[in-house]
Write a protein that binds this ligand. Structure first.
Ligand code: SF4
Ligand code: MG
Length: 336
């Protein structure tokens, strides 16, 4: 099967008064049709910039693409004109954001917003588009969609707005849905419902999903594959099984230790990752995690680690995996 999306050696920088910030630094990953890929990491690690880059929503200046390609269904998105991108956005690739109010227009009814998108991208007439809007609201679990279709966003609860945004994102049956922290602003019960909904829709409609989150628990429930990012780079990538059962990067270990687990009392868990994420204006030399890494060796501060391929889909950028690493270091067990 060919990948639907290939992000190849992608680099995105921002020019600031203080200098150039390499927000995304030569990352490579693929998304296959119908699969859900999680991108995880602390804030500022480049997750959202990656999402915006795929949608070509990087404002230039100050942002700029400095390397790589984004291949979607065989097309290089970085070579598309803005006009061509407008057709692709919403139609082939949709994005949902943390705050639904950023994508819902407060002065238009929810139904009209969905209908307008269908008229524009699918050339439907108003009546057909409204009927489809009702169907979509039903699909995402909005009660009494025939009435709710005429509501304004402020008449919806937070959870319902998020559902409406998902309905809108799915209106044109995109092949790829990018969800950037879609549940962060919601309370836990609603979060779980939205995640279930996304999973159900992914299975029903075979939409590929890129799910961006700092919440590894949510990623574990939804994603087949996981990309762990640190300081604009990929630290480790693998199947969900690899990442959650056989993680090999000290940063992945640290992230997993900070996940709330139902079987451990709350006080004993949530190990905090010591230290601060690096300043991307002056990133540390070598492995960017070395100032925080309990396993750092001398080479870590000097050279960026080579990529070690551990299995077909599992690779890691850490010197511990190098055959030359001291044996006792290589045998460091994941304590998760
Ligand atoms: Fe830690 Fe070194 Fe591995 Fe970086 S390369 S994660 S500093 S052991
Ligand atoms: Mg973000």
């Amino acid at each position: 099967m060919n990948p639907l999306l290939t992000v190849q050696e992608l680099a995105v920088s921002f020019d600031t008064y203080a200098g150039e910030v390499k927000a995304v630094d030569k990352i490579t990953f693929e998304v296959f049709p119908g699969e859900a890929v999680g991108i995880v990491g602390e804030s500022g690690c480049g997750k959202s910039v990656t999402a915006h880059a795929i949608m070509r929503l990087i404002t230039t200046p100050p942002g700029k693409f400095t390397n790589g390609r984004i291949l979607f269904a065989g097309m290089d998105l970085l070579l598309k004109s803005e006009k061509e991108m407008e057709k692709i956005r919403g139609n082939d690739i949709s994005m949902i954001f943390q705050d639904p109010m950023t994508s819902l227009n407060p002065v238009l009814t929810v139904g009209l917003q969905i209908a307008e998108s269908l008229e524009l991208h699918q050339q439907m007439n108003r009546t057909a588009a409204y009927a489809r809007a009702v169907e979509l609201l039903r699909l995402v679990g909005i009660p009494s969609p025939e009435q709710r279709v005429n509501n304004y966003p402020h008449q919806f609860s937070g959870g319902m707005r998020q559902r409406a945004m998902i309905a809108m994102a799915l209106a044109c049956e995109p092949q790829l849905l990018i969800a950037d922290e879609p549940t962060t602003a919601l309370d836990v019960t609603i979060q779980a419902q939205i995640l279930d909904l996304m999973k159900e829709l992914q299975q029903k409609l075979n939409t590929a999903i890129i799910f961006i989150s700092h919440d590894l628990g949510a990623v574990a429930g939804l994603c087949n594959r996981v990309v762990v990012m640190y300081a604009g780079k990929i630290a480790e990538t693998g199947t969900a099984l690899d990442i959650f059962h056989s993680p090999q990067h000290p940063y992945t270990w640290a992230l997993l230790q900070s996940v709330p687990r139902a079987d451990i009392a709350r006080q004993e868990q949530l190990a905090v990752i010591e230290g601060q994420p690096p300043d991307l204006l002056n990133p540390p030399a070598g492995c960017p995690f070395h100032p925080r890494c309990p396993h750092a060796m001398r080479i870590c501060a000097e050279h960026y680690p080579q990529t070690t391929i551990l299995a077909a889909a599992h690779s890691v950028n850490c010197w511990l995996q190098h055959p030359g690493a001291p044996k006792h270091q290589r045998e460091v067990e994941s304590h998760v």
